[in-house]
Structures are given as C-alpha cells and as structure tokens.
Write a protein that binds this ligand. Structure first.
Ligand code: ACM
Length: 270
C-alpha cells in the first residue's frame, strides 16, 4: 500500500489557496492514502470564536471537503485532512476521511490544545476505525484499517491505544505541532501498539493576536516496530510516499510468551 503525507505552510484564512497548494503537492505523486495537516485549509492561529465560525465549513457539504472528494475520485485515493468544522452553533477542530466513493467519516479532536479551547468544542464522537480498500500488487484488492487522531491527541496514550484496541493498522494523524516531542513520542506510540502512524505536520510561523507560533515540520511515517520510515525537514514543505504493508500491524505477539494487547492487566488499571 502506498501512503503519503503532505507538509505545507498554510496561509491563515486563505482557504482556496491552501487547498490548491495541498492538491498540487498530491497530484505529483500516486498514493492509496494521503494525510494532510491539521486545519490545513484555514491555518491554525485563530484569535476569536467569530473568526473560527467564519472559516469553519459544514461536513461534508463545505467547499474543502467537496474539493477533497473530487480529488479522491479523480486519483482513486483516500484523503485524511484537518479542517475547522461547523455543526449547528458548534465549531470543531476536525478531520475528514474521503475516498473514491465520496465522504466516509469525520473525527472531532478530543484533546484540545491551549487556546483551541477558546474557539472549538471538544470532540463528541468516539474513536473509530474505517476499512479502506487499495489495489494489491498481485491483483484484487486488500483492506487497511485506519483510525484518525489529531495533533495533541498524541500526548494522551489512550488515543493511540483506543485505536489499536479497535483494530487500527494505521493512525492517521493530521498535526500542527509546536511542542518538539511528538515525532519521537510517536515512535513509542507505534511500538507500544504495534501500528503505523502517518503524522502530517505543517511548517512556517503564524503571528496573530499576542502569540507567535512556529510549527516544527518533521512530518513522520512510523512503523509498528518503531522505525522512522520517513521524517521531513523542519522548515521546508514536503511530500512523501512510502510503501507499507498494513498487515505488519496485525501481529501483536512480542515473543512466544507476550502479547501487547492480551497481556494487559486491565483489572489493576485505574
Ligand atoms: C496541537 O494540538 N495543534 C498542538
């Protein structure tokens, strides 16, 4: 299976320009599954709830999700992308999954970071797995089980663990990282759950309101054995496609005696 990540510098508020930039990066490569950064279409650093409401879009009717669906149909691919979602009076920091047949799912970030708590409502949907199909090199089709989490969800090990317990092969992880630890931490998240992770971060600096935020780049593809298969540069936009076998995530046996999931002592965990 070919999986790809796109690392861009989004211009705040310029939705059409950011969507076109991400689509043009993807158009130069073929992949069965793409992951784009968190809030890739709007930029990250909102300064008011009104501003977030103005830039948020209904899912799946909004123009960004519709543009992603058109691209997924044209390129026969799947795309996970972070956007601001408007649902009634609530605004969510969300990610959508679309594929060749259209809209598949939305995830709403559960663990909001810092000032996100001022504009966004915390997610109200449980972690979930979607089965997506891709062409097998031997002919026919194979299935990968994918789950979505967004950026700061990484610091709560329960996020990756929940997705692994649900059967995820691949964690799709749109991000706008400002803390430096996540790329290294994802090695542990993958190792302790034996899953792949596609962390798509952004680059650049945003100075809005009283803060200046610099995003750390270093988008990463991590294997179930904790290998860093790809790490992007810190400051440059990047696009990368990696061949992986999602089945590598399905054997949770560490050795003849130990299993990552069935050895857990849940009776003693509080
Ligand atoms: C983050 O969750 N965007 C740091």
């Amino acid at each position: 299976m070919k999986v790809g990540i796109v690392q861009i510098d989004s211009a705040f508020g310029e939705i059409q320009k950011n969507v076109e930039k991400a689509l043009s990066h993807m158009a130069s490569h073929a992949a069965d599954l793409w992951v784009l950064p968190e809030l890739f279409n709007t930029g990250y650093q909102f300064i008011s709830k009104e501003e977030a409401a103005k830039l948020a879009e209904a899912v799946p009717e909004g123009p960004t999700t519709q543009a992603l669906i058109r691209e997924a149909k044209r390129a026969k691919t799947h795309i996970v992308a972070g956007i601001a979602e408007r649902s009634g009076r609530k605004i969510y920091n969300a990610s959508v999954l679309v594929g060749p047949k259209g809209f598949i799912a939305v995830y709403r970030k559960l663990h909001l970071f810092y000032e996100e708590k001022r504009w966004f409502t915390p997610g109200n949907l449980p972690f979930k797995i979607e089965n997506i199909s891709y062409p097998s090199p031997k002919g026919g089709r194979m299935t990968a089980r994918i789950g979505m989490m967004i950026c700061f969800d990484w610091i709560f090990p329960e996020s990756a663990r929940s997705l692994a317990l649900l059967g995820a092969d691949i964690l799709c992880h749109p991000s706008n990282l400002v803390l430096t630890h996540c790329p290294d931490a994802m090695v542990t998240r993958c190792l302790e759950n034996r899953v792949f992770a596609l962390t798509a971060n952004r680059v650049g600096t945003e100075t809005r309101g009283k803060e200046k935020l610099t995003y750390i780049g270093k988008s990463q593809i991590t294997s179930p054995r904790g290998q860093v298969l790809y790490r992007a540069a810190e400051k440059k936009e990047a696009v990368w496609v990696q061949e992986i076998d999602p089945k590598e995530a399905r054997n949770k046996q560490i050795n003849a005696y130990n299993n990552l999931l069935t050895d857990r002592k849940t009776r003693f965990y509080r």
